[in-house]
Design a protein around this ligand. Structure first.
Ligand code: RNT
Ligand code: ZN
Length: 413
């Protein structure tokens, strides 16, 4: 079937061997937080807050570091391609099970176990400060809070996480993506929109007054349109961070759940790449709003990956996953979303982009439309199967997850 597919694609000028090799080299940063519904290790019973929410109570949530390491290993074994790990600061590990460290006192030592785990597997780590699920974030305001003491606490936290990220990047020999996302916003109509944004700008200026070697850390900031309970105003909007990043020589992160429903991230990538040498993505699936459902193999995901490939962005667009479904088997959620993004990357690599661009530039829109439609039914499945085979990844993987659920997940209480 693969050989048949290979010939079929050749007819359209596409080399399936080249696509398979390139797909295997594109790093995908897997979010650790799907494993425990964004709980972290600070307070196992703690509730998620900050305008984001998980719903569902499927059995088998990771109860701590041992469960999470085990689940990650299992999930990674079912996902093809080059993987990284995206960690949040609330997953710090205190020595000998000591009490969790305050967020503004987090240090390198609390992430050494993660570094050891990742090193043994050839995985690079990306990192995020956690500015939610905390008493000092309970009003939905952190780096833009009117109280200087609250802002100072969070500035110290992000300074600490950047130091950790730079250390991780240095140790692992590949830059650590450090992404700042804050929930800051208001539920109801603001009386002052500028004040909080000026305070956020000032907090960021203090944070970025410390510089690190850019081969160790890549600094990005993630914008948003609204949060749950923070519907009327978001301090860190798209325009705010894009301007800030451009002005300070930093980078934006675009989460495809953070825009109005008819605004598409696939259309934004080329705009950002024409001004920045790099950018980052959070791939998720919004359903009506930023709902963080498991990504599917659907049009917009394919359009995003096609843009990455067309813009020769394989090394410029840093791809991370961001979704959290507590209503289904969490391993199945992780693996389905990650495999779908891999699938979409392979699909995008199997398009004759140069030919299609030529048709566009020749204003041959009839042929362009016909080709784009005919390409959709080429035997993609056979190339995907072959890619999985070469990656030692099962095609039919769900039975292993069902077995893991019975033997491991259902025994957790
Ligand atoms: C929230 C942002 C953010 C978080 C993670 C947990 O809307 O998308 O990326 O999902 O930091
Ligand atoms: Zn996100």
């Amino acid at each position: 079937m693969y050989n048949h597919a290979k010939t079929g694609y050749q007819h359209w000028g596409v080399d399936t061997e080249d696509a398979i090799a390139r797909c295997a080299a594109i790093p995908l940063s897997l979010h650790c937080w799907q494993g425990d519904d964004v709980t972290g290790f600070e307070n196992p019973g703690g509730a998620l807050s900050g305008g984001i929410q998980t719903t569902g109570n499927y059995p088998g949530k990771a109860r701590g570091k041992d469960d999470l390491f085990k689940d990650l290993d299992f999930a990674y074994s079912l996902i093809p391609g080059k993987k990284r790990l995206n960690l949040h600061a609330i997953y710090g590990i205190s020595a000998g099970g000591a009490a969790p460290v305050k967020r503004d006192e987090l240090d390198i030592v609390h992430f050494e176990p993660w570094l050891a785990w990742a090193r043994g597997r050839g995985i690079g780590i990306d990192f995020n400060p956690t500015l939610f699920s905390h008493p000092l974030a309970s009003e939905g305001l952190t780096l833009s809070h009117p109280d200087r003491k609250v802002r100072d606490f969070w500035i110290r936290h992000v300074k600490a996480t950047r130091k950790i990220a730079a250390y991780l990047g240095e140790q692992q020999g590949s830059p650590c993506l450090h992404n700042i996302w804050i929930p800051d916003g208001l539920k109801d109509v603001p009386a002052d929109r500028l004040g909080p944004r000026e305070r956020l700008r000032d907090s960021l200026d203090q944070i970025f007054s410390v510089s690190y070697d850019r081969s160790f850390i890549i600094d990005v900031m993630e914008s948003k349109v609204f949060g749950i309970g923070l519907e009327s105003y978001t301090v860190g909007s798209a325009e705010f961070y894009l301007s800030y990043a451009a002005k300070r020589g930093l980078y934006p992160l675009l989460d495809n759940g953070h825009y109005h429903p008819t605004e598409l991230v696939s259309d934004k990538i080329s705009s950002v790449l024409s001004m920045f040498d790099k950018m980052a993505l959070h791939i998720t699936r919004p359903v009506r709003w930023d709902s963080d459902h498991v990504p599917l193999f659907e049009d917009e995901i394919r359009e995003i990956t096609k843009e990455i490939i067309r813009c020769r962005g394989e090394e410029r667009v840093l791809i991370g996953l961001d979704y959290f479904d507590a209503g289904i088997n969490r391993i199945a959620a992780w693996v389905t979303g990650a495999r779908n993004v891999q699938k979409a990357l392979l699909y995008a690599l199997l398009q004759p982009h140069d030919e299609l661009k030529k048709l566009q530039d020749a204003l041959n829109f009839s042929k362009l439309l016909v080709w784009q439609e005919e390409l959709k039914t080429l035997p993609f499945g056979a190339v995907w199967e072959e890619y999985l085979r070469r990656q030692n990844c099962p095609g039919d993987w769900f039975p292993a997850v069902e077995q893991y659920e019975t033997e491991v997940l259902r025994k957790r209480v």
